[in-house]
Every structure is written in structure tokens, then in C-alpha cells.
Design a protein. Structure first.
Length: 398
């Protein structure tokens, strides 16, 4: 009977240990063993044996708890790492020395200059899920849609920063995953071979759709969009000052060709509407590091006739190791493009040359220079567009 009683007591203690928290159950077991020993129900030898077993169970339980805690912490760390891997931070800083020499310096908006300038950009780009991306970017600014440069002046005052990008890019699975719907302030969603119509710093605001389709070895890239220039108040947004674009481009190996349309509507300027049509092409020259390109633009709603409605450019770029170089000749008719959005460094209503050269010193560190030579393209030429502009840049990326 003594053996049966002892067995029942120990069994009850073990059951209690199973349903109680680890630390409390172990303490209860030790108290019970002490009572059994003091009453003579178990021998001192049995007490030592069972006490050591209880101690071993406690240590095993603590070890298991530590492992579980490590696994949970590792799982949490992996989740944080997964999110970090889906977010990319990047940016760049550029330091520039610029010299402008205008033969007719009496013209207020074309005065000569010798100045130092900086540009700084930093952005965050996230892969939200399998179909959605988003991006934001801050940039140095003077409030100009075609420039992100800040001139070093104003007695060391802090420079102004603005939102350069803020967009959502969604590729619905219902559309096959090869069509992107983009909303917000975005990078230009169309293809271009130069910046005759749109300055490189200009980022449109509105919504766009871009798609890619491979047809018999040819990649077709259609796109279209609507972008707000100015909100005219309580009227329908279609009555706001805006620009619409439509484009079809095609890639065939190392060759790119395309046709673009840009329509400016409800403009509160000399011309209320502008209709620009562009054809462009670019191709790599076999056996050389050279890529050649050309574009032609005509504005069907321009105020003047003849060549004043047209703009064209031809150029080539080459890259050999750490060196790169480029040349372009462009001719901008007086009414061919919207001067508010073309390359801000190349004088509007002019024609001339652009020469570029660059060298990569080290990873993400480069030096470069650009030389603009322009002359007035207007009938009443007074030389105000005759200008030489030299830019020497140091740039880092991160």
C-alpha cells in the first residue's frame, strides 16, 4: 500500500507539473518531495533521485524556452530584413562650375555668369508587393521645373528642398503584369533619345499607362498619359491647363524607333494650344562603342509658319572603359517646342552644338564637362541667343 500511495502522489505531482507554468511546477514538485521525505513516505535516497530528476527537467525546460525565444527573435529579424530588402535608398550629389559668355550681355535674361552650383537628390523606392511599387525623392530646387541646381550665394543660407518624385506604380495581374499604371509625380513614362522637348530634370505630374509586348522578336512599348500643369479652380480637371501624351516605340535588337505626340491644352499664354509630333531613332553602330541618334519635332499649332515650327537634332555617344564622350547638333525653331520644358541649358529659339566628355575616377565617383555653343535662330537676330556655356562637374552616387 505504501508503494501505491507513493506512486499516486508522484503521479499527481507530475500531472501538476505538466499543467502549471515551468517555474511554479518545479517549485511545487520540490515542496511535495520534501513532505514525502519528512513523513518517511520515501527514503532519503529516493528523494535525492527524484530531486535531481526535477532539477534536470527544469534545466531542460529553460533550454527549450531559450531556443523558442531565439527562434521567435530570428523570425522577427527575418521579417525586418525582408522589408529592408524591398526598400532601396539612393541618391547623388553634384558640384558644378559654370561659365556663361553672352556676346549681347545687355539682354537681362541672357547675362553672362561665372558661378558655382550644387545639386543634391535622395530617394526611397519600395517594392510594396508583387504588383505594386512606390517611390519618393527629395531634391535641391529653386522652384523651376527644368532645373534642380542651387547656386552658391546668399551668405551661406540653407538651400531649398522640394519633392521631385512621389508616385505609385501598379502592374495589375488582370492586365498580364506587363502593363504599369503610374500615379503622382513620376519619372517621364515615355521613351526619349535626347532632351529637345523635355529637360532631364522635368518630372510630370498626373497619371500614365506604360506597357511592353514582345511580338516576333520586336519589343513594342506603347504609353499614354495625362498631366496637370495648372489647376484652374472649380472647373472640371479636363479644363485645367494640362498636357497629354501618346507614344509608340519599338526595340529591335540595339535599335530603338518611335513616334510621340504631346498636346498642351488650355495654356494661358500666347498660344492656348500646342500640338507637337515627334519621330526619333537610336541605334548602336556595329563593331564600335558608338550609339547614334536623331529626332525631329513639328508643332502644328505654332504661330509661325515654315521652319519656325520645326526642331531637329542629330548626335552620337561613345563609351570606352572609364571614358565617355558625346556630340549633338540641334536646331530649335522659334515655335517648335514649349520653352518652359526644353533643356534649360540650351537657349530656346537657337541652334548650335553640344559637346560632352566624362571620366569615372572610382566607383560612383566621376568628373565630366559639357560645352554649349548656340546662336540666335530668329529673323530679328540681335545676338541675344548667341552664347557659350561651359559646365565642369564632379558627381558622386550612393
Amino acid at each position: 500500500m505504501k508503494i501505491k500511495s507513493t506512486s499516486l502522489l508522484i503521479a499527481g505531482a507530475l500531472f501538476g507539473a505538466a499543467v502549471m507554468p515551468a517555474q511554479a511546477s518545479n517549485e511545487a514538485m520540490m515542496d511535495l518531495l520534501k513532505v514525502l521525505r519528512d513523513r518517511g513516505t520515501i527514503t532519503a535516497q529516493d528523494y535525492d533521485l527524484l530531486a535531481n530528476a526535477a532539477k534536470a527537467d527544469k534545466e531542460a525546460g529553460e533550454a527549450v524556452a531559450m531556443k523558442v525565444d531565439k527562434v521567435e527573435k530570428k523570425s522577427s529579424s527575418l521579417q525586418s530584413l525582408e522589408w529592408a530588402e524591398r526598400v532601396k535608398l539612393s541618391g547623388d550629389v553634384r558640384f558644378r562650375h559654370e561659365v556663361i559668355n553672352n556676346s549681347d550681355s545687355d539682354v537681362a535674361d541672357n547675362e553672362s555668369a561665372n558661378r558655382l552650383r550644387i545639386r543634391a537628390r535622395v530617394g526611397a523606392y519600395a517594392q510594396i508587393n508583387d504588383t505594386t511599387k512606390a517611390g519618393i525623392r527629395l531634391v535641391s530646387t529653386t522652384g523651376d521645373a527644368t532645373s534642380t541646381n542651387a547656386t552658391l550665394d546668399d551668405n551661406f543660407e540653407s538651400k531649398t528642398v522640394g519633392w521631385d518624385l512621389a508616385y505609385i506604380d501598379w502592374a495589375p495581374t488582370a492586365l498580364g503584369g506587363d502593363t504599369n499604371l503610374i500615379f503622382g509625380k513620376m519619372k517621364k513614362p515615355w521613351v526619349a533619345v535626347n532632351d529637345v522637348i523635355w529637360d532631364g530634370d522635368t518630372n510630370p505630374e498626373g497619371f500614365a499607362v506604360v506597357s511592353k509586348h514582345n511580338v516576333g522578336g520586336v519589343t513594342l512599348i506603347p504609353s499614354a498619359g495625362y498631366y496637370v500643369l495648372d489647376d484652374n479652380g472649380n472647373n472640371s480637371f479636363t479644363e485645367d491647363s494640362h498636357v497629354g501624351h501618346a507614344q509608340i516605340a519599338a526595340e529591335i535588337g540595339d535599335t530603338l524607333v518611335g513616334v510621340s505626340y504631346y498636346g498642351f491644352e488650355n495654356m494661358n499664354a500666347v498660344s492656348a494650344e500646342e500640338r507637337m509630333f515627334e519621330v526619333f531613332g537610336q541605334t548602336a553602330i556595329p563593331g564600335t562603342p558608338v550609339t547614334a541618334y536623331a529626332s525631329y519635332v513639328t508643332n502644328s499649332n505654332a504661330d509661325a509658319a515654315g521652319d519656325d515650327d520645326n526642331a531637329w537634332a542629330v548626335g552620337a555617344e561613345a563609351k570606352l572603359g572609364a571614358f565617355k564622350a558625346g556630340y549633338e547638333y540641334r536646331d530649335l525653331g522659334v515655335n517648335a517646342i514649349n520653352p518652359n520644358f526644353g533643356n534649360s541649358d540650351f537657349v530656346s529659339d537657337s541652334k548650335g552644338h553640344i559637346l560632352k566628355a566624362g571620366y569615372t575616377i572610382d566607383k560612383n565617383l566621376s568628373f565630366g564637362g559639357t560645352y554649349f555653343i548656340t546662336e540666335d535662330n530668329r529673323d530679328n537676330n540681335n545676338g541675344s541667343r548667341d552664347r557659350d556655356r561651359i559646365q565642369v562637374d564632379m558627381k558622386v552616387k550612393f
